[in-house]
Design a protein around this ligand. Structure first.
Ligand SMILES: [Zn+2]
Length: 211
């Protein structure tokens, strides 16, 4: 089987927000990195939203929980809830005043993106939750499955979007896939060497001639 070939770089050709979703979910300090990542992914205006560390950490945890879901129906339920939510008191959308709705937005690179309508007063946490949930929902609809995951490498907790067309992706990156494959190979060859040593000992002269 060929190793997975993840592509997690910022991808402004496909402004669906998936790469921004992944980058912030994997950030060591989401509140600190919010503005820089939003801007790097083509939306400086969203980067200027008010950031409350605890709120944003909560939103990131909610989104990370979705990345761990592998059941399509459960994922759809979780994403529908997230898309309907808004935790910003001043927001005119996603509240009792009306459904959030969607709108076309032109990004800084000139490309158009369909995404949830976002009120001017909404915080970074509300924006992240809404935009990411919408992007993942579109992705589920397009791929017909939960085409995402949490890295299977032992010491990695990164999430990823599975953009492959063949075998489901298991790792966040090529280094994680390689590291895991090398470790598994080492374990297998250690076991094989141990077996060989035991056999050699059993067959050695010290064990006594069979005659
Ligand atoms: Zn990883």
């Amino acid at each position: 089987m060929s190793p997975p070939q993840p592509r997690q770089a910022a991808n402004t050709e496909r402004p669906r927000g998936l790469h921004f979703a992944v980058a912030l979910a994997n950030a060591a300090h989401p509140a600190v990195e919010w503005a820089g990542l939003a801007s790097a992914h083509g939306d400086t205006e969203l980067g200027a939203r008010r950031v409350d560390s605890a709120d944003l950490a909560r939103a990131v945890a909610e989104i990370r929980a979705v990345f761990a879901i592998t059941d399509n129906t459960l994922a759809a339920t979780a994403l529908n809830l997230l898309m309907a939510s808004s935790d910003s008191p001043g927001a005119m959308v996603g509240t009792a005043e009306g459904p959030r709705g969607t709108e076309l937005t032109q990004l800084e690179n000139g490309r158009w993106a369909l995404r949830p309508r976002i009120a001017a007063a909404e915080t970074a946490a509300a924006v992240y939750r809404a935009v990411t949930a919408f992007a993942l929902a579109e992705w589920l609809a397009e791929r017909g499955r939960c085409a995402w995951g949490v890295c299977a490498a032992e010491t990695c907790t990164n999430v990823f979007v599975d953009e492959g067309r063949r075998a489901p992706q298991r790792f966040c990156s090529t280094p994680c896939a390689t590291r895991t494959r090398v470790a598994a190979h080492r374990r297998a060859s250690n076991t094989a060497n141990g077996e060989a040593r035991r056999h050699a000992k059993a067959a050695s002269p010290e064990a006594g001639p069979a005659a």
